[in-house]
Design a protein around this ligand. Structure first.
Ligand code: SF4
Length: 355
């Protein structure tokens, strides 16, 4: 039985309810779609409102490096949302109030989670974080927050601060920028952390009733399809509650752009991406929620891939592959294999006919 609470008249969760995910599969869902899951567990539509509290990132400000990850343009500050543009530079309460009205008028839902979205949003002294989070939650329609951060920026006092909000009844998510569990990828993309930090974060979140999510990029340079499937297996065993999956975007003014122009990096095609996501979902634990299947921010600074990465275009292609194969999330998720299930590692996937 999942642990539940109520805040501002809305049911919220402390852990994932597997019974609700089973219902989704019985209804024909091919993967554990977070939106459908959230409507059932909250009893209403909950939307996210992005918020910028002016955080920086240790991988840009010199603490870890002055360069950032090879794909990061100015630590994600240009990743803006239409709703957010009118409130850039305003104080936190004003940002949240404006966007809650904006989304409610558009019929996005009834209650909101504040998405603390720009930079590394736990990278500050605890008293500064408390002031920022208190302001973010100070709205009658806000039932919690989802905080984007690096898995290596979560000291115990910050986790305990977040538990304090859980104890007040709020729903708290940590969105952890992992991108890949493979150390050679972490090194080559200059993230300056490994996978142990994510395992630690997932474990400590569970102890405190905080939900955890991993950002993962498919199509990173130097990674093979077999390694991406291995990522699904590793994440399945990590204790992470949800994933957001993205294709790698090459943005202007990044190190990756230089690699692309020199011919050292080939972007992934839409069909390759859809096949990899289908493979990934088949190998992932069926009870890990999928919050995103692609990136759909309408980024101006993108060089490649040239195809439209909007999730409304990518999602149906992934579902078509799963339907052609007669599979769904978790079909090939196994912790041990019989002798006749063993297959050699592959460098590529077979694209089904009809795509
Ligand atoms: S950790 Fe995130 S914000 Fe920091 S440099 Fe990397 S991608 Fe950019």
């Amino acid at each position: 039985m999942a642990s539940r609470g109520v805040i501002r008249g809305t049911p919220i969760e402390r852990e994932i309810d597997r019974g609700v995910i089973d219902q989704l599969y019985e209804e024909g869902f091919l993967y554990a779609q977070y939106g459908a899951y959230s409507r059932r567990t909250h009893g209403c539509k909950v939307f996210k409102v992005p918020m910028n509290a002016g955080f920086t990132c240790p991988n840009w400000d010199g603490r870890l490096s002055l360069e950032g990850c090879i794909y990061c343009p100015n630590f994600a500050r240009q990743f803006t949302y239409e709703s957010f543009r009118p409130v850039i530079g305003r104080d936190i309460r004003s940002q949240v109030a404006h966007q809650v009205d904006y989304y409610k008028e558009k019929g996005a839902g009834d209650k909101a989670l504040v998405y603390v979205a720009f930079g590394t949003n736990t990278y500050a002294p605890v008293e500064d974080l408390r002031r920022i989070y208190d302001a973010a939650l100070d709205h009658p329609d806000v039932i919690g927050m989802s905080i984007g951060t690096r898995p290596d920026c979560l000291p115990m006092e910050v986790l305990d601060l977040l538990k304090g909000y859980v104890d007040q009844g709020f729903e708290v998510w940590l969105e952890l920028g992992q991108q890949s569990p493979h150390f050679h990828t972490e090194e080559k993309t200059r993230r300056h952390h490994g996978f142990g930090e994510l395992l630690h974060a997932a474990k400590e979140c569970h102890k405190r009733g905080i939900l955890s999510l991993a950002f993962l990029i498919m199509g990173l340079p130097y990674e093979t399809p077999s390694e991406m499937i291995e990522t699904a297996k590793i994440i399945s065993e990590s204790g992470i509650d949800a994933v957001k999956l993205y294709p790698l975007l090459v943005m202007h003014d990044t190190s990756l752009a230089k690699e692309y122009y020199s011919g050292r990096y080939r972007p992934i095609s839409m069909t390759e991406y859809a096949v990899i996501i289908a493979d990934f979902l088949e190998h992932m634990n069926p009870y890990v929620l999928v919050q995103r299947i692609s990136k759909d921010c309408g980024l101006d600074g993108k060089i490649v891939p040239e195809w439209d990465t909007h999730r409304f275009l990518v999602g149906p292609r992934v579902e078509k592959i799963l339907m052609l194969r007669g599979t769904r999330q978790g079909t090939r998720y196994k912790t041990s294999l019989s002798a006749d299930e063993l297959v050699p590692l592959q460098r590529g996937s077979i694209v089904p006919e009809g795509l």
